[in-house]
Design a protein around this ligand. Structure first.
Ligand SMILES: NC(=O)C1=CN([C@@H]2O[C@H](COP(=O)(O)OP(=O)(O)OC[C@H]3O[C@@H](n4cnc5c(N)ncnc54)[C@H](OP(=O)(O)O)[C@@H]3O)[C@@H](O)[C@H]2O)[C@@H](O)CC1
Ligand SMILES: Nc1ncnc2c1ncn2[C@@H]1O[C@H](COP(=O)(O)OP(=O)(O)O)[C@@H](O)[C@H]1O
Ligand SMILES: [K+]
Length: 515
């Protein structure tokens, strides 16, 4: 069978589809049903391209300098492993294959039959034998339950020995649909995961964002059948219209940030500054009268207004140029209970965060009953669990069986229930509209931005999204672009970041987009 080398790319790329296992199988099935390719040919392409990636990352293997241990499972993931073994051996690598069970699918049996070297049991394959690389071909998208303790233990021992692990398709033990580790056995971190056609949810969500290591996505010729996947979650990225077009300040919108009482104004000021830096033409911060002196002393480009009660908000909103609102950061629970219904009644695009969410923890349905489609809720995990206790439990409770429910499943259900767009914050921020259109802003793996775990960074995110809403972005685009900008600013600034730095780094991010 002649195989041409295929194109491979890292995981990132705005707008990239991230597939579920079911979607991946649908694409594969559509390709096979077309008669253009067989399952065995796909396996051959997968194994060949994976072997190529391994040699790009560890070129010394081809000199025979160290042995490669390939652990093969019973399914097609194991089948890929036998193909990798053959290609690596052909390139001069010292290859050892260990199987946990005989191949159990037709394609895996055919791939195993073409591997002419010895195959040992898994047990003696553990540490003690010097190996330069371990290829994990135990389980991929077919993982249906937790790894047996001895298998997880073997992977951990290999990881602890310092030997890098390269996973084929998924690190074994990780649920491909949620990125959650099935069961309670810890897994080591892979140095590299080579996946096929498209990244899977399990590479970016949950533990998968870290445990997958660097993810290389390789083309195996399935592109013509991608449509069989249907609608997918997309990776968040900068919306095409992010750079400002010509116009005066009012053509870029006027954001209204509702702030709280004296001594508690930092969060709302952070949000207001972020809204302005995101490009809103004007930003007004509205606070109670007693908080005016404090805010007036701290603000210049941001305008100030007094709002003491719901009636004064209603009066202010008679100005229809105030086209996006932000309620939550530093607002205070009582003020949130008073102002959120009035803000929602105006029907304008708005962000509800922090206190504007917690204020309704006792009766989330009351909040949802007032919701409209231009609203965006931006809870962190704690706020999410307060508003959607059953979904919070669904994410917290351990799972032995796959597929485990993912953060994306949870946010989709939450958005449908709330009747609004919901953005669930975390290193793997997930966003869904009420209709289930989804985006993932992954700040994990090569795109990690751990510096975002700092007080006030969520307030900045609310402000960024509000600024983009003021500029006229649709809620899903505002949320996804805001989350991407937030993480991108953090990545650019790097270690030492505090919340104030995020908005100040935005000009650099915008400049890089203009280049
Ligand atoms: N889709 C594509 O386009 C392409 C897919 N390709 C490759 O195929 C892979 C998917 O293959 P797959 O469906 O055969 O599943 P796989 O991951 O090998 O495992 C299933 C086997 O494991 C078993 N098993 C499960 N969990 C277990 C556990 N905890 N402990 C013990 N056993 C467990 C399960 O048994 P069962 O659950 O039935 O009891 C079954 O026997 C995919 O990841 C990619 O590498 C490429 O070749 C080409 C293109
Ligand atoms: N480890 C991390 N990696 C990437 N992003 C993170 C990490 N931890 C937190 N974040 C992001 O930082 C922000 C924190 O928001 P939040 O929890 O509301 O904090 P605060 O209330 O202090 O502003 C969210 O946008 C979240 O996605
Ligand atoms: K694997």
């Amino acid at each position: 069978m002649s195989i041409k080398p295929k194109r491979c790319a890292g995981i990132l790329g705005a707008g990239r589809e991230i597939l579920t296992t079911r979607q991946m199988r649908a694409v594969e099935q559509a390709a096979m049903d077309s008669g253009s390719v067989t399952g065995l040919q796909l396996m051959e392409r997968a194994g060949a391209t994976a072997a190529e990636q391994l040699l790009i990352r560890w070129p010394a293997l081809a000199t025979g300098a160290g042995a490669v241990l390939i652990l093969c499972g019973p399914g097609n993931n194991g089948g890929d492993g036998y193909v990798v073994a053959r290609h690596l051996a052909r390139k001069g690598c010292q290859v050892r294959v260990a199987a946990m069970a005989p191949p159990a699918t037709r394609d895996a049996r055919a791939a195993a039959a073409e591997w002419t070297g010895p195959v040992s049991d898994l047990a003696p394959a553990g540490p003690g034998q010097p190996i330069a690389l371990c290829v994990d071909a135990l389980f991929g998208t077919g993982l249906s339950r937790a790894l047996a303790p001895e298998i997880a233990g073997l992977l951990r021992a290999i990881g602890a020995s310092g030997c890098p692990i390269a996973a084929l398709d998924m690190l074994s033990g990780l649920c491909a649909d949620s990125g959650r580790v099935l069961g309670d056995q810890p897994l080591p971190e892979a140095a590299l995961t080579v996946t096929f056609h498209r990244p899977k949810l399990g590479h970016v969500l949950g533990d998968g964002g870290t445990l997958s290591g660097r993810v290389e996505t390789c083309d195996i010729g399935l592109e013509p059948w991608q449509t069989a996947a249907g609608d997918s979650a997309l990776l968040a990225g900068p919306a095409p219209a992010l750079l400002k077009r010509a116009g005066h300040k009012y053509s870029h919108g006027h954001a209204l940030i509702l702030g709280g009482g004296p001594g508690k104004g930092g969060a709302a000021r952070l949000a207001a500054r972020a809204a302005l830096r995101a490009g809103a033409g004007l930003v007004t911060l509205a606070v109670p009268a007693e908080a005016m002196p404090e805010n007036a002393a701290r603000l210049d480009a941001i305008m100030l207004s007094t709002i003491d009660e719901a009636a004064s908000l209603a009066w202010l909103l008679r100005d229809s140029r105030l086209n996006a609102l932000c309620l939550g950061p530093g607002l205070g629970l009582a003020r949130a209970r008073a102002l959120v219904p009035e803000a929602l009644r105006a029907g304008r695009p708005l962000v509800l965060d922090a206190d504007a969410l917690s204020a309704f923890a006792d009766g989330p349905d009351v909040l949802f009953a007032q919701m409209h489609r231009a609203a965006i809720l931006t809870p962190h995990e704690g706020e999410f669990a307060r508003l959607f206790p059953d979904l919070g439990r669904m994410l917290r409770d351990g799972r032995d069986k796959g597929p485990a429910p993912s953060r994306l499943d949870a946010v989709r259900m939450a958005a449908a229930r709330a009747g609004a767009t919901v953005l669930l914050k975390g290193p793997d921020t997930v966003i869904s509209t009420a209709e289930g259109q989804a985006r993932i802003a992954a700040a994990t793996g090569a795109q990690a931005a751990p510096w975002l775990a700092t007080a006030g960074s969520g307030d900045v995110l609310s402000g960024l999204i509000t600024g983009l809403l003021a500029r006229g972005f649709a809620p899903l685009d505002a949320a996804a672009t805001g989350a991407w900008l937030h993480a991108e600013a953090a990545r650019r600034f790097g270690p030492g970041l505090i919340a104030e730095d995020l908005a100040e780094t935005l000009p650099q991010v915008f400049r890089s987009l203009a280049d």
